[in-house]
Ligand binder design. Sequence first.
Ligand code: WT7
Length: 657
Amino acid sequence: MTDSTNTNPAIENYLLEERSFEPSDQFKQNAIIKDAAIYETADKDYLKFWEQQANQLHWFKPFDKVLEWNLPFAKWFLGGTLNASYNCLDRHVNNGLKDKIAYYFEGEPGDKRSMTYGELLDEVEKFATVLVSLGVKKGDTVAIYMPMILELPVAMLACARLGAAHSVVFGGFSASALSDRINDAESKVVVTADGGFRRGVVVPLKDNVDEAIKSSPVVESVVVVKRVGDKHPVTMLENRDYFYHDLMSQVTERIGAVEVDSENLLFLLYTSGTTAKPKGIMHTTGGYLTQVAFTHKAVFDLHADSDIYWCAADIGWVTGHSYIVYGPLANGATGVIYEGTPDFPDKDRWWSIIEEYKVTILYAAPTAIRTFMKWGIEYLKKHDLSSLRLLGSVGEPINPEAWMWYRENVGLNKCPVVDTWWQTETGSIMISPLPGITKTKPGSATFPLPAIGAEVVDDTGKKVTLGGGYLTLTRPWPSMLRGIYKDPERYQQTYWSRFDQRYFAGDGAKVDEEGYLWLLGRVDDVMNVSGHRVSTTEVESALVDHSAVAEAAVVGANDATTGQAIIAFVTLKSTESASPEKGEELRAHVAEKIGPIAKPKVIIFTEDLPKTRSGKIMRRLLRDVAEGRNLGDTTTLADPKVVEEIKQKAALNTSED
Ligand code: WT7
């Protein structure tokens, strides 16, 4: 390509996709939603549609108004009171589902455990009591930094039970990233574990918490779940650190679900934006729960009495919040939680889990699918995958090859594949097929769900009916973010200022002749690495934070496995010299500041960075360099020589990789 637009040539190819797949007759007949009229009904009166969905929940006091919309600020189900943990637990236990399995847990080392709805409720009631004894009350925010073990949903639901918000920080984040999030949310209590298992190695979570607290004086107490025990002993500070099991064994009282307002803060979840400071995305109770429950049932065609559902994401991201914890539990589903990586002890771990638990619904990220493609189908062939009946994809654009491979080899050609587009901010799935209705096309998320308004617009905000542009949302939706914690200005600015009356998602998209939507990836300075959102600016500031670095520019380059890979162009201070060791040191520094997911794959040392005459770093051009594309016109550059130099360095570096 001579012209370097944002679109990636690999993606351009999928717009020529002509294959399509109708749901089988059998699937259609048994589907929860089989009548396409739902789109029209919902469209005619979307408030009524959501009112009906909200009424599937248990309300202590019914709401008297569906929506109050002062763009960009929304309130849903006003006047109503409810409790998320009551909806996820007590309601089912009271309805005879006490002994139904809520979760099967599989630890990475191979330990197994399960928890019924009755047991989960018991544990949550007790832990809510523990939190109260540590001074947590309605309106507080509790930080949770844990591995994928059952105590993680327990801790979240215990917060919800009290009307306190949780702020889950992904266990892969560093101490410094954790500290920033604790400070922003002012969390006085941190719930963690001594460690977690990842690829056979202990991730020292409690050590990271200790480190984080050095710069988070707000923390008063730390609750530590023993997960790894002797494999990694931890130091406990008296009157600050308590073992979960000790506190739980002292509990005699049980805390009932506190009645909270529909708009009570349910959780904060930090996500990367285009600046170095992560945004605390706010989600509230009634609207969020309404939409996650509806979408979980509709998109995955959940038959709660027979399905075994497995979302192979981490609860530390929004996918886990909505589709491991709140959606499935609100629907009384049986789910699987797996702690570790797909290649431990061998590359067939996922397939063995599916066989063992007879998983019927699998929800995974394209990056995992592409990794499995690379590993080869012999790992799948060792296991019986015939229990599967539906496959979902989330987190990044799925290329048609990966989609087809998923359908053929995992789904054995009989499972509908639903590619689901949404974001931390949207709270729930927004664009996706309905598996009993929609004709799917490999690589397309197809259409907005019923009651959702999604449109592609051009630069001027005009609707595009055929071709490419920016993805926008045209109406409020119940699980929409209520704002950015402590920063209403940034909320308005980031999402509601680019286009009049529209939510700007930050994604590029195309519409085809049949109205299908094809998501093209981010159009802002946000990268998507293995389905994880990483900000270029955040990585740049981590690099510049290192004493040897004068300047840094970071771009996401296409990568066959991870979607995008982080490439950093670094100018060192004149007293420093470039070397492979220096590169390693910088990568380690980024891991320490943010977390291993943000480590640049390649660091290119350069004397200078290409800048426009007004001094702006030309990231687009660097991306082209990183991807080895033809550079087109560079005459707006201050010093075109810089590009030449960078090109040569990049060529050297890529060949080494
Ligand atoms: C960004 C949101 C949604 C939960 C996981 C990520 C990208 C997400 C898709 C998809 C193409 C997708 C977008 C979006 N994305 N799903 N099906 N097709 N792109 O949540 O970290 O908030 O990231 O992920 O670029 O803006 P997140």
